[in-house]
Structures are given as C-alpha cells and as structure tokens.
Ligand binder design. Structure first.
Ligand code: FAD
Length: 494
C-alpha cells in the first residue's frame, strides 16, 4: 500500500519478473510485484476469461478502440473491427517503424504467446549472450528453465494423423521436398489436453483457435507455473492494474511512484513505496522506456550511456504461400505451432510453420520467420516520450533470409506467395515483431548479472538484457538467464 517500505519490488510479471520473485521468495525474502495489466483470473459474462481470435471484444487489446491484428487483411480486405477501449491483454505498441506486440497482465507475454519453448542450439549461443558461460547455461539453467516452464513435445504419432495439424504436415512435406530439415518445436501447451480437445471430450481452446488474446484452457502460462509457485510461498504479493512511473534514490533505498489504473486506462490514484531493491522486469520495451526516461529526466542520472541501446526484433518477418488445391491446409487448425524449418546456418532463417485458424479452408501456408537480422535500434527521450528509431526498411535482411527458404519451396512446388494478408499486393509482414529484445544489454548497461551500472540494488532481469536476437523464440532464454542471474544475486547481494 501507499507509504509502505518493502525489501524488494519487482516491476512486471512476465518471465524475468516471475523467476526473480519465485527464487527470492524461496530464499525467504518478501516480494512485491507491480503489474500494469489486469489479473486475468475472473471470467467475463460468457464464462470465459479470454476472448477468441475470431471474435475479439474489449478483452483483446490494450487501450485501443480498434483491433490491430497482425494479419490485417484477408483476400485484400481489412479485417480489423471496433472494440471498446479497455485494458485488454494484447498491446500492439506503435513506434515509428515497427509495431511491437506484447502481453499485458499477470503473466506478461505468457498470456498471449504461442508457448513455443525453444532452447537455442549450443553452437549459436556464443552469438546470443557472448559474456555468459555456455556450460553453466546448458548444464544448469536451461534445464531448470525448461522444468519450471513445463515444456513438452507433441506426440509424433498423433501429429501424423490428427486433422488440426494438417497445416503443419503440409509444411513439413514441402520443406522436406526442398531438402530443408523440419524440426518439431517444444511448447508449454498441455499436449494431453490438446488430444482431448481434438477428441471432443473437453472444452476446446487451441483447437478452437484461441491464442493471441489468451488461451482459456491448456496453455501453461506463467500464471500456472512460476507465478502459482511463487504465490504458494506466501511471500509474494501482486498488484495488477498498477504501473510504475518512477524510481529514484532516497537514502539507501529507492522511492517508487506507482499509478493505479482503472480498466479504461485512467490513473485513479498515485502511490509511493520505498523499496530496498528494485528489479526492472517490464519487458524489453517496458524496462527500456522506464530507464531511458529516468536517466534523461534526472531521476536516475547515474545510469550509463548503454541504456536504451542494442535493441533488436529477433529478425521477425511473416509471409504466406498459396498452395495448390491438392494441398489443403485444413479447416480446423490448432493455434499452437509445433514445427519449424531450420535454415539458420546456411540462410540465417528459422521459420515456424504457423497456423491460420480462420475456420475455413484457405489453401494457405503461413510462416513466422526468425532471422539473423543484424540491425539494432535505440530508444531515446524526446522531452515528452520515449521513441525507438527502428526503420521498416531495416527488415530487408530478414526478408532476404526468409526468401532462402520460401523462394526455393515456391519454385519446387510451382506456387506463389500470398499477397493479400498484410494489405493489397503485399507479401511480407515486415511491420511488426513479437520478440522485442535488448535496451539494457547484459555486461553493457549492467554488469554480467544484470546489476544496473551506476547504482546499487537496481537490476534488469528480462528480455532487455539480451542483445537483439536469440536465433529461436526467446522466452526459454529469458527464463534461463533470469534463473542464472537471480541465483548469483541472492547469493551475494542479500
Ligand atoms: P514480458 O513477458 O513482456 O513481461 C513484462 C510485464 O511487465 C508485462 O506484463 C507488462 O504489462 C509489465 N509492465 C511493463 N511496463 C510496466 C510498468 N511501467 N509498470 C508495471 N508493469 C509493467 N516467445 C517464445 O519464446 N515463444 C513463443 O511462441 C512466442 N510467441 C509470441 C506470440 C506473441 C503474440 C507475442 C506478443 C510474443 C510471443 N513471444 C514468444 C515472445 C515472448 O512472449 C516474450 O519474449 C516474453 O514474454 C518476454 O518476457 P519478459 O520477461 O522480458 O517480459
């Protein structure tokens, strides 16, 4: 509450924040977590906590009056619709040259993401986090993260026969016909539950297309794993609909100013808390925006010049292909991807075979590629807000890398790209990312364990630490790095 003095305050309840909170609580430390989004623990009038991708309502978007769907068009027609302004679960945050999609609520990105839980290939790790000991990560922290997150793999025999993965089998067949390896991708979705969904014996979630605006069943979001365990210690308190506005030194502690929000996004109260230690876990964008502003406005002037630097989009780019009529991808598609095409070493691209769960046969194959895009952007303060200088044209290397896969598949199959999914006659979804990374890079803006340079007892512990690319989907690496850092911090800083 207002005026309290707490030992530890964690800003944000995504992967980094949840790992930090659990491990500190297990070490006997009381933790206060502050989350700007909603709790997502109460069903709406339809009996469900989250709304479906096919019928977005006020629960879908963070403070928008119109949806901002990643696939904005179908057959060339815009498909976005009007919604009431509300503190919904998915934020489509617009900067000049890129829209950054993020989760809002207790659980952060785990509420809205595909749950693809991928440990990078060891040979690529040196380029991902060059100052981190790879042996320790692969022997201890990646296994710990995979266990904590509840990662599992689809049953390959079930995959081979079930209707809802027809789209992925087409993706596999076409990849292999062009001599690309197709790999199964682990996920935190409960695969046994999905089998029952497909069999019609339990309420449907993934098989009914739930994903971007939350899964009502089946997905092991952080609410069901790290956060449930953290709450179980009795030492963690979470305040949803509270947004940290400022952190500034006060004696040997920090004064944290927190704004309480209503579900229309208005500030209804401002509270001040004194915290001995503060963990920035607001996500790459959230942590970067806070730190850049606090440095520029004199609240934390001692932060170093690396703050806001080294931001990347994990090379995300999307595209669709139009299949022949003998390659239907299926009317019913599970919303959880389970496989990818690996051309990282030769072409710099790893492409998820993604669903297009429209409920009708589209004959389309859809992909989200993660590429080795070398471009990095920076955040800066303009006197009233924080901007990001990413340019849309900086996606060209990603397009070129994705083409190393899909030009070849198209030529082998005699097929073409879809041009109707992102506008009219537009092939590439090059306007967005799901994977923001960087802004408070490890061993640059912080020491090698996330302690922010210039201050004692201030830490970054989320995707902001990772310099722009993980070669695969990022949350397992964010979780494993947080496990590594918090172990060191608990051992030495308390
Ligand atoms: P986040 O999970 O973003 O958590 C930060 C939290 O801090 C948020 O809840 C936010 O509301 C809160 N916050 C921000 N600012 C403040 C503030 N000032 N005060 C209080 N709270 C604040 N990754 C994968 O690995 N696999 C996938 O399949 C995958 N699919 C994705 C699909 C989508 C649609 C999206 C959007 C992302 C996907 N990701 C995926 C990315 C993944 O979700 C993120 O990399 C991950 O959530 C980042 O973790 P984090 O701990 O850095 O921060």
């Amino acid at each position: 509450g207002d005026g309290a003095h707490v030992p530890v305050l964690v800003i944000g309840t995504g992967y980094g924040g949840s790992v930090a909170a659990l491990r500190m609580a297990q070490a006997g430390i009381n933790v206060e977590m502050v989350e700007m989004g909603m709790a997502w623990d109460t069903p709406g009038s339809d009996g469900k906590i989250f709304c479906n991708t096919t019928s977005p309502d006020e629960r879908s978007y963070w403070l928008r009056t119109k949806t901002k769907q990643p696939l904005s068009n179908f057959l060339g027609f815009p498909i976005d619709k009007t919604i009431p302004k509300h503190t919904g679960v998915l934020d489509a945050e617009e900067f000049g040259g890129i829209i950054v999609y993020q989760g809002r609520g207790v659980g952060g990105g785990s509420l809205v993401n595909g749950g693809m839980a991928v440990t990078p290939k060891r040979e690529n790790f040196g380029a991902i986090l060059p100052t981190v000991n790879a042996d320790e990560m692969y022997n201890t922290y990646y296994p710990r993260a995979n266990a904590g997150l509840g990662v599992g793999l689809i049953d390959p025999n079930w995959f081979d026969t079930v209707d809802c993965y027809q789209f992925a089998r087409v993706g596999r067949k076409q990849a292999q016909r062009s001599n690309f390896p197709f790999v199964f991708v682990p996920d935190v979705y409960d695969w046994d539950y999905m089998k029952q969904e497909a069999a019609g014996t339990v309420p449907k979630s993934a098989v009914a297309g739930e994903i971007l605006y939350g899964n009502n069943y089946g997905k092991k979001s952080l609410q069901k794993t790290y956060i449930a365990q953290a709450k179980g210690t009795g030492r963690v308190n979470i305040s949803p609909l509270h947004r940290v506005a400022s952190v500034t030194p006060s004696g040997s502690s920090y004064t944290v100013v927190i704004e309480q929000l209503n579900t229309s996004g208005d500030v209804t109260a401002t509270k001040t808390v004194l915290a001995d230690k503060v963990f920035f876990a607001a996500g790459s964008v959230g942590t970067s925006k806070l730190l850049v502003k606090l440095k520029a406005t004199g609240k934390l002037p001692g932060l170093n010049g690396e703050i806001g630097q080294g931001w990347g989009d994990n090379g995300n780019v999307m595209c669709g292909r139009a299949n022949h009529l003998w390659d239907p991808t299926g009317k019913v598609q599970a919303s959880i991807p389970c496989g990818g095409i690996d051309n990282w070493t030769a072409g710099g691209a790893f492409a998820e075979v993604a669903p297009l769960p429209t409920g009708i046969e589209t004959y389309a194959s859809f992909y989200l590629s993660i590429t080795k895009n070398p471009n990095r952007a920076q955040f800066s303060w303009d006197g009233s807000k924080v901007n990001l200088n990413w340019q849309t044209a900086w996606k060209q290397p990603s397009i070129d890398m994705a083409k190393t896969i899909f030009d070849k598949i198209n030529s082998k199959e005699g097929t073409i790209y879809r041009t109707d999914l992102f506008g009219t006659y537009k092939i590439w979804g090059d306007h967005l990312t799901y994977h923001p990374l960087g802004g408070a890079v490890l061993n640059k803006a912080t020491d090698n364990y996330g302690r922010l340079a210039g201050y004692r007892n201030l830490y970054a512990i989320d995707g902001s630490l990772i310099p722009g690319n993980t070669s695969v989907n990022p949350f397992v690496t964010i979780t494993a790095l947080a496990e590594r850092n918090i172990e060191k911090i608990i051992a030495t800083d308390f």
